[in-house]
Design a protein around this ligand. Structure first.
Ligand SMILES: NC(=O)c1ccc[n+]([C@@H]2O[C@H](COP(=O)([O-])OP(=O)(O)OC[C@H]3O[C@@H](n4cnc5c(N)ncnc54)[C@H](OP(=O)(O)O)[C@@H]3O)[C@@H](O)[C@H]2O)c1
Length: 304
């Protein structure tokens, strides 16, 4: 069994990797706080900005795959603390890429659709990025820093939804919990993404890790949906009241960071590498519905 080192192990994607790859690889989580759940086979607590400590640990562990999910992934935090965003999204990405190269580990770095401005949509790996936020800019600079240090790195630009440790990180959880409480919610009609269900993303990452692909690859669902359409689909599949969702415009909404409109990713390269198309968002929502009882508890560290 191969060893996977997962940074950001207590985060949304990190914990989904722990749940999704349990039993398939020897999973080692790395995070600065104690493990939030028992998802990993072993756990190393450290501040990932401490490059010497991270290098020393990785040299001894000698993992086959290193996957970097650690990030400052919140637009508002990046906007208010650009130096921190720079340190984690660029500096850490670069140092982990460099260490991975030195120890001959396969390195996968997670990036975002927010490297684009959302003016056109259906973005391929060849399209010019143009970030609209500090978050997007630091993630783009992080991609470049990774490739500068490790040309064999695989960089997945993505957007995902699912069950998170806090229960409140994802748009899926927003709609499910709000509608279950009978709350009226807004669904943006002018904000479109090709979001992929986190467990399906983990499955794609597993396949990509053992593919010869390197460089940039867009990983999303095979269809694009506005947040409003996503909400309606969630309501239908979870048998909740769709009339609680009202149409709204992100571009005029009450958000502190200006939002782009169409961040959909073209997944033709992914389809070519995997040999089949990624799932649709409906498929992901159905999967999330089926997995909720077990997975949401597992990821949030609650006993079953
Ligand atoms: N969520 C999305 O929909 C989305 C969309 C596109 C791309 N992405 C990308 O996907 C990746 C994972 O995102 P996510 O949503 O899983 O983010 P997340 O839940 O915020 O997880 C990121 C993790 O990074 C850790 N981290 C930050 N600074 C650290 C430090 N100095 N030392 C150790 N750990 C540190 C955080 O630890 P603490 O918990 O201790 O702060 C956190 O657990 C990121 O690269 C993000 O840019 C996310």
């Amino acid at each position: 069994m191969q060893t996977w080192l997962v940074t950001g192990a207590n985060g949304f994607l990190g914990s989904n990797i722990g749940a999704g790859l349990k039993g398939k690889a020897h999973l080692v989580g790395m995070a600065r706080s104690a493990p939030a759940s028992g998802l990993f086979d072993s756990f190393h607590q450290c501040d990932i900005t401490d490059e010497i400590a991270v290098r020393a640990y990785l040299e001894v562990l000698n993992p086959d795959v290193v996957i970097n999910t650690a990030a400052v992934a919140n637009h508002e935090i990046c906007e208010h603390q650009p130096a921190l965003a720079h340190e984690i999204n660029i500096g850490v990405a670069q140092s982990v890429a460099s260490i991975s190269k030195d120890i001959h580990a396969r390195f996968i770095h997670i990036s975002t659709d927010a490297v684009f401005d959302g003016g056109a949509g259906n973005y391929s790996e060849l399209d010019d990025p143009n970030p609209f936020s500090v978050y997007g800019q630091t993630k783009l600079d992080g991609e470049r820093a990774v490739l500068e240090r490790n040309a064999q790195a695989l960089i997945t630009r993505t957007n995902f939804f699912g069950w998170s440790p806090s229960g409140s990180k994802s748009i899926l959880e927003f709609f499910v919990h709000s509608l279950r409480e009978g709350k009226q919610v807004k669904g943006f009609t002018d904000f479109t993404v090709t979001s992929i269900y986190a467990q399906q993303l983990v499955e794609v990452l597993w396949q990509l890790a053992y593919s010869p692909a390197f460089g940039l690859i867009h990983v999303g669902s095979s269809d694009s949906l506005s947040k409003y359409e996503f909400g309606l689909t969630v309501a239908k599949e979870f048998e909740l009241d769709a009339s609680l969702i009202t149409q709204s415009l992100a571009s005029t909404g009450n958000v502190s960071v200006r939002r782009a409109r169409d961040l959909s990713l073209n997944t033709a390269r992914l389809t070519e590498v995997m040999g089949f198309s990624p799932p649709t968002q409906l498929d992901g929502i159905r999967c999330a519905f089926q997995q909720e009882d077990v997975l949401a508890k597992l990821i949030s560290g609650q006993p079953n």
